[in-house]
Design a binder for this molecule. Structure first.
Ligand SMILES: [Zn+2]
Length: 536
């Protein structure tokens, strides 16, 4: 910020200017909208141009804003109105961090008076009519219905007040990404894009319809955050929801049009899986509770998309475990909130637990195979992975990892001499992907060894399909407890070396197998001895 105007001011004039701005801004910072106290913040205030002079903003008080100095330094856009909008979004984001998710259009609508009402549509031939009486407008809008040349769906274009727009979190479960900030800046600079969002309604006689937005939530949210209160929408009438779901699934996978959080993509895959099962039942005249067909039957039946159906099946397994109400580890997994409170990333969970322990092919046994006897292989798999996660949660995380301390710069803080609880440091270090990868491999080995010692032949890739007896569970718990008691996890001297940066899988493999890092630095007193590690 170079301001000739400000440089020419006397200290008294500057104080006067600050006082005036403070008053006209209702005593809050222009960027963060939190209070400014002229006494307390006296030496920590900035005056800046709202519109930067580099883009022809004026260098006079009409274009000045008062901010906390730190807010001005940390601002995410040079234009202060944009910076303020982004700051608002950050606040929504952090308010949702405790729910382990990022904001979506529903959150933005909720705080701006959106998603309040439904609409009564009247359809006559190729016209559709409605009014917005809740907003005091009884004038009837009468619009033509078009037919989508490719999908055959009927639709109309309109512009609706946000009070009538709702977010569809079933078809579009993803959160708003960080990239929205660029979109907000583009819109602010008056550069139009393909603004209309895609929505859908179900119309039935006399029933009010909810207009649900299922695509274009970033553009919709960006407009709302910039103060727009009526949005253009292309509304499909009674579309096939299955097709919309699949379209959105592909947008995140094969088309890569959007960056989905992995966990959200899995959730969507699960939703499509459920739809496929229902369609299979309906098209075979089976009852809703009939599950006497197998995963491979599904893949065969939906022949044109067998690869996708296989994906949906595995997504459903992952999703069920991830979001299971009894999953104690979930609390410690970042599912897309992008926060620094949780030690495990969802991607780590996929690359270790799910890739090691979920059978990656489809099963020939019926979905309800021996379900009543509680001997169904997929159910065993899900339940036992869940049980393993819970043991790990209990032994390493619950009551030990402190979300208030979080994960941000832990090693730096240790190096600077900050004293952190040892159990927190241990949980943090044991959660690193390359570390989990290696110790979970040992858990796998312990399970295999157990069955071999019992003389039971097993298929290794279906390890979790076999029911684990209690002594095996005890053994796993003892191993994890002994592992967590190794002194390395709480050794501050290893902060700069072993735990200093991200290592690869082989680095930790070497440490566990030899006691030394690949560079020959001794880390463990001796190599891991699995026989010892399973003894109390
Ligand atoms: Zn501020």
């Amino acid at each position: 910020m170079t301001s000739l105007y400000l440089r020419r001011q006397t200290p008294e004039q500057r104080t006067e200017l600050i006082r005036n701005l403070h008053q006209s801004q209702n005593n809050v910072c222009f960027i963060c909208e939190e209070p400014i106290d002229l006494a307390i913040h006296k030496d920590a205030l900035d005056i800046d141009h709202i519109i930067p002079i580099s883009v022809s903003g004026k260098d006079d008080p009409s274009n000045f804003a008062l901010t906390h100095a730190s807010c001005n330094r940390a601002k995410q856009a040079s234009n202060l109105e944009v910076a303020r909008t982004l700051c608002r979004l950050d606040k929504i984001r952090s308010s949702l961090a405790s729910e382990n998710r990022g904001p979506n259009l529903a959150d933005i609508l909720a705080i701006h008076g959106g998603a309040k009402h439904n609409l009564n549509f009247s359809r006559q031939g190729d016209r559709i009519r409605f009014a917005c009486p809740e907003l005091g407008s009884n004038q009837i809008t009468d619009l033509p219905i078009y037919t989508d040349e490719l999908s055959g769906f009927g639709y109309f274009f309109t512009k609706l007040p946000i009070a009538y727009l709702h977010h569809d979190d079933k078809i579009n479960p993803r959160a708003i990404g960080q990239n929205i900030s660029k979109l907000i800046q583009e819109f602010y600079l008056k550069r139009p894009q393909l603004h209309p969002s895609l929505g859908w309604i179900h119309t039935a006689d006399g029933e009010p319809s909810t207009v649900r937005i299922f695509d274009g939530q970033h553009k919709a949210a960006a407009q709302i955050l910039l103060g727009v209160r009526s949005l253009p929408v292309r509304v499909f009438i009674n579309p096939d929801i299955d097709i919309l779901l699949k379209t959105n699934f592909n947008a995140g996978t094969s088309l890569r049009q959007v960056a989905f959080d992995k966990s959200v993509q899995r959730h969507l895959g699960n939703t499509v899986y459920v739809q496929r099962v229902e369609r299979y039942q309906a098209e075979h005249n089976l009852a809703e509770d009939h599950f006497g067909f197998s995963e491979s039957d599904l893949v065969k039946y939906f022949r044109g998309e067998s690869r996708e159906v296989k994906k949906y099946i595995l997504d459903a397994v992952r999703d069920t475990i991830t979001y299971h109400p009894d999953n104690k580890l979930k609390e410690y997994v970042d599912l897309g909130g992008r926060n620094t409170e949780r030690p495990l990333s969802y991607s780590t969970i996929e690359k270790t637990f799910y890739s090691f322990f979920i059978y990656q092919d489809v099963l020939d046994t019926p979905l309800d195979f021996r379900l009543d006897e509680e001997e169904n292989p997929r159910e065993h798999e899900k339940e036992q992975i869940l049980q393993l996660m819970n043991i790990i949660a209990e032994e390493i995380f619950v009551g030990r990892f402190d979300p208030d301390i979080g994960t941000l710069r832990i090693e730096n803080r240790i190096q600077k001499g900050e004293v952190l609880p040892l159990e927190h440091i241990r949980a943090f270090r044991m959660s690193k992907e390359e570390v989990v990868y290696n110790w979970l491999k040992y858990v796998e080995q312990i399970i295999k060894n157990y069955f071999i010692m019992q003389g039971r032949p097993i298929q290794e890739e279906k390890l979790f399909h076999y029911k684990f007896p209690q002594p095996l569970w005890d053994r796993i718990r003892v191993f994890i407890r002994n592992l967590s008691n190794l002194p390395i996890w709480v050794n501050n001297e290893l902060s700069q070396t072993v735990f200093g940066g991200k290592q690869n899988y082989a680095f930790w493999q070497a440490i566990f197998e030899t006691g030394k890092s690949p560079q020959g630095v001794r880390v463990l007193a001796e190599p891991l001895d699995l026989m010892k590690m399973i003894q109390e």
